[in-house]
Structures are given as C-alpha cells and as structure tokens.
Design a protein around this ligand. Structure first.
Ligand SMILES: Cc1ncc(COP(=O)(O)O)c(C=O)c1O
Length: 393
C-alpha cells in the first residue's frame, strides 16, 4: 500500500485509549488465582429490554428496503415526543429539529466533518479529559483541537476562530453535569464568536436520583429563551439508556438550519438507519419503565461500592450522571492500572489516556476511570480488591 497517498490527516490521530491500555499491559500476567474483572470499558452490560428485541424481530421485513436518511416520520415523532417530555419543551418539530443517527459516535464525527471550514484556521474546543472521537473528528476535519481542562472556566481559552465547541454532560469520565449558569455562559460565547455547540448527552438517562434528571442543553436553551436552539445541536443515544449499544441508534436535535445542512451531508455519507432498527428505536423511546429499571441497577451499584471507600486513602463521589467512578490515584495512574491488573486481576482505565497535556498539565493524570458495568457482585468484588491494593500504596 502506498501510505503517502492516504489522507495525511490520518497520521495526526492519537492512539485510542484501549490500544494504549493493551500496550501498557503487554507482558503483564494477571494474578491467576482471581477471576478477571474488566471495568475499563464503558460498554453497558445490563440486558437489552425484551420490548426492544421483540420490536426489532417484528420489523425484520424492513431489511428489504433502502431507508431514507431523514428516517421514518414515526421515529422522528417518537424522538421529538421523548425530548419534549424529558426536557419540558413546549415544542420540538420532528420534521426539522430532529434526525436519527446510527449512534452518537458516528454523529459526533460526521457532524464535525459537515460543519468545519478548514480553510479558516478552524479551532474546535474539546473538554479535557474527553471522549477521543471529538479530537479525531476535529483533526480529520482539518481543524485544531483546543482543550478546556476539567475545572477551568470558559474564560481560560481564547474563543476567537472557534467554529465548534463540544460539551459532554453528564461528562465521560468525570460524571459532571453542566448547570444553567454554565450553559448561559457558553451560549453567550457562541453568540459573540459564532461557533456551534455540539452537546454530547449520551449519558443523560443514567443518574441516581429519580427526582433530579441532569439538565440538558435543549432544556437550558429553552429556559434561557433560545427557543430556536440557534447554533446548538444535541447528541443522544439508546446505547446507555436502553442497553442497546449494538443497535447503533441515537438522534441529534436542535437548530433546524444546521440539521438541514447536516442531513444533506448525511445523504452522501450514506448513514441512513435500517427500518428494522428504526422500529426497535421507536419502541425504546416510547418506554421509560426499562430506563428506570436500568437506573435502579446502577444506583444499587453506587450504593454498594461507595461505602467501601470509607477509611481508604482513595476517595470517590457519586457522579451527577453516567456510570463511572473517576478517582484520584496516589501514584501514577498508568502504574496503578498496571499493578492492579497484575496483583488483583481488575482492569481500569488510566485517566491520562483519556486526556491531553494542555495548559501545562494532563488533567487525567493520577486518576483512573472505573466503569460500573459488570454485575453488582463483580463491581463489589472489584472495588474490594482495589481497596486492598490501595492499602499497600
Ligand atoms: C461520551 C461519549 N459520547 C458518545 C459515545 C458513543 O456512544 P454511541 O455511539 O453508542 O451512542 C460514548 C460511548 O461510550 C461516550 O462515552
């Protein structure tokens, strides 16, 4: 293969965190006396609800047609109705303000390609630590990522030349949720500098307190009187909400003008959702009982594992959303993950692999991300082992 003929931007992509984890653990033999427990990957493991599987099976006839990129009107209506209920919106037009996508990952990526004008020294703001797709999408679109470290105010960076800003709320890996004031500030910056906001909300339905669902960007915009959602697009997904990561189903919603252009891009990109998956998605968006049950399972895990931190040198807090624990390590995070694997056969993800050096620091350093995706007993056992491990540090 003539490598030099490939898109040279591919060379700027960074190694994916799980590849780095694989390299870190190469040659390390985990303790064979303990069963392996993997809490490194954020892949939901609770069962996919029967109502979703049944709807998919009942709609297999959909495989015989080419779907339209805009999706079935019934799906767009189900999504719009869900978003209106979830975010207390008086209106969200299924025709113009909603589009189905094949999971939020491809949408975050393709939206960036559709939006960026690389001729203008484009900058894209990414949270740090972050989901690496933001950075890859930015680089392949010919833009430069600008990192906003966890805990920094928006005034820490120069917003001139920014074309797109990613927000991730609830955040992966931190679990932090942006409040109304933060959204107000980001919207004001967007008005001043003209950039678009891509709000990644794929963890929006995973939270512990039923009375306090995380604030979403559509909700924030609506409350702040931005009822046309100008320059805002939200990315949502069934992967975590409905334990259906293999279905590749999500949606984008927001600014109608942006979605019109994005739909044009998607038609060429060839990313229409199969009718079978669309029907299963309609069933999923219309049902909340399975989502509440899913939350109950995660909440039970937090209730079981957080007390294990009492008296430990490690500290953990219940996140505002998502299914991670983001904990500070008393030693280098990569060494922590490697030695934990060797001694206790538990896999966690080093925080520095999820972040970039920016503003003089890697904000993921000396942190690890623990995904509470395994069954409750495995999570408890893993955290018990982590506490044992930490005692000797
Ligand atoms: C922050 C974040 N955004 C987006 C995604 C993509 O999810 P999906 O493509 O399954 O919707 C993930 C998956 O782990 C994620 O952690």
């Amino acid at each position: 293969m003539e490598i030099q003929r490939l898109n040279p931007r591919l060379a700027s992509l960074q190694t994916y965190p799980f590849e780095r984890l694989g390299a870190l653990l190469a040659g390390v033999t985990p303790n064979p006396a303990l069963r392996p427990i993997n809490l490194s990957i954020g892949e939901p493991k609770h069962p996919t609800p029967a109502l979703v599987k049944d709807a998919l099976a009942a709609a297999l006839g959909g495989l015989s047609v080419y779907p339209r990129t805009a999706g079935l009107p019934e799906l767009r209506s189900a999504i719009a109705a869900w978003a209106r209920r979830r975010y207390a919106l008086d209106a969200l037009d299924p025709e113009t303000q909603v589009l189905p996508v094949n999971g939020s990952r491809e949408a975050l990526f393709s939206f960036t390609q559709a939006l960026i004008d690389p001729g203008k020294a484009a900058k894209v703001v990414c949270p740090n630590p972050f989901y690496q797709i933001y950075e890859g999408a930015t680089l392949l679109a010919g833009a430069t990522p600008v990192f906003l470290n966890d805990g920094m105010g928006f005034d820490a960076i120069d917003w001139r030349g920014v074309q797109l800003a990613f927000a991730c709320s609830p955040g992966n890996p931190t679990g932090r949720v942006m409040n109304l004031q933060a959204w107000r500030e980001l919207f004001e910056l967007s008005d001043r500098h003209g950039f678009v906001i891509a709000s990644d909300e794929c963890y929006s339905e995973i939270y512990c307190d039923e009375a306090k669902p995380p604030l979403g960007a559509l909700d924030a915009a609506w409350r702040l009187g931005r009822r046309d959602f100008r320059r805002l697009v939200v990315f949502s997904s069934l992967s975590k909400r409905s334990n259906a990561p293999g279905m590749r189903s999500g949606f984008v919603a927001g600014d109608a003008a942006l979605l019109k252009t994005y739909l044009l891009y998607r038609t060429y990109h060839g990313s229409a959702m199969s009718h079978s998956v669309q029907h299963a998605s309609i069933a999923a968006w219309k049902d909340e009982a399975h989502v509440r049950e899913n939350r109950r399972l995660y909440a039970a895990k937090y209730s079981a594992v957080l007390p294990l931190f009492d008296g430990s040198s490690l500290k953990a807090e219940k996140p505002q959303g998502g299914f991670y624990l983001w904990i500070r390590t008393p030693v280098d995070d990569a060494a922590f993950a490697r030695d934990l694997h060797r001694q206790y056969n538990v896999l966690v993800l080093p925080g520095s692999f999820l972040a970039r050096e920016a503003h003089g620091t890697n904000p993921g350093r000396n942190h690890v991300r623990i995904a509470l995706v395994a069954p409750l007993d495995e999570c408890v056992e893993a955290l018990g082992r982590i506490m044992q491990f930490a005692k000797a540090l």
